[in-house]
Write a protein that binds this ligand. Structure first.
Ligand SMILES: *Cc1c(COP(=O)(O)O)cnc(C)c1O
Length: 228
């Protein structure tokens, strides 16, 4: 890993470019999100000055604090589990939520957004490998869940799907998961043509994710450095 943020950013940008070229996709269709959880305000400002303006946070209180101390035109993505007592903060600050997986939370968010006079773009988090320990809804329930959200909660603008990689997966299993994701996404887009966002890929697998059709990659430590 390079010593400084600028070199890491250049390195990752080149890898994104190469992966897009290989996948015959436009770089404009892949949005880099710098995952800034547990990173300082200084690191966020430094990344911003390099031209990064999409950041991802996992904790509502941290988001609340950071939004107030950083440039106003940053686009904030909430990517962590959503606790119901934190819904108000998320509704106030986030531009995107990647981790919607419970109807109860959708309702609370929608109500909080009504109060704030805002709307938010949402992705449904899917547990593709059906790991019991992991967040996300079962792939068989995605369409029903999405129909419900779409019909009932007008402050939630449904945009697509989000996936977390399995940790310590073999290369073969990873390829299998990516295939399942691509298949699920094409079924999903048939039902919801406007929901073509696919949030997939972290530091370890963003190049494969771009080949699998990812449109948002979430990169933390390999871009911003070790989390404290
Ligand atoms: C922390 C986190 C990331 C980034 O992980 P890195 O390994 O630091 O790249 C991506 N997505 C989610 C949901 C995360 O919580």
């Amino acid at each position: 890993m390079h010593e400084n943020l600028k070199d890491r950013f250049l390195d990752i940008s080149q890898k994104i470019q190469a992966a897009c070229h290989k996948a015959q996709r436009s770089e404009k269709d892949v949005q880099l999100i710098a995952v800034s959880k547990l990173q300082s305000i200084e690191v966020i400002k430094e990344a911003y000055l390099l031209g990064i303006n999409h950041f991802g946070e996992n904790y509502a209180q941290e988001l609340d604090k950071k939004v107030l101390e950083t440039p106003k035109d940053i686009i904030w993505h909430f990517i962590g589990p959503i606790q119901s007592n934190k819904v108000k903060l998320i509704a106030r600050h986030a531009d995107w939520i990647h981790s919607l997986e419970r109807e109860k939370i959708a309702k609370k968010l929608n109500d909080a957004l009504e109060t704030e006079g805002r709307k938010i773009q949402v992705l449904i988090q899917v547990n593709i490998d059906q790991e019991e320990s992991k967040s996300g809804i079962n792939s068989n329930h995605v369409i029903d869940f999405a129909n419900n959200i779409d019909a009932k909660y007008t402050n939630l603008i449904l945009k697509g799907l989000m996936f977390m990689p399995k940790i310590n997966q073999s290369k073969k299993d990873k390829i299998d998961s990516m295939k399942k994701i691509t298949a699920l996404q094409s079924t999903f887009i048939n039902e919801f043509p406007a929901c073509n966002v696919l949030s997939l890929g972290t530091s370890n697998d963003f190049e494969e994710s771009i080949l699998a059709g990812s449109t948002m990659i979430r990169i933390g430590e390999s871009l911003l450095g070790r989390r404290s």
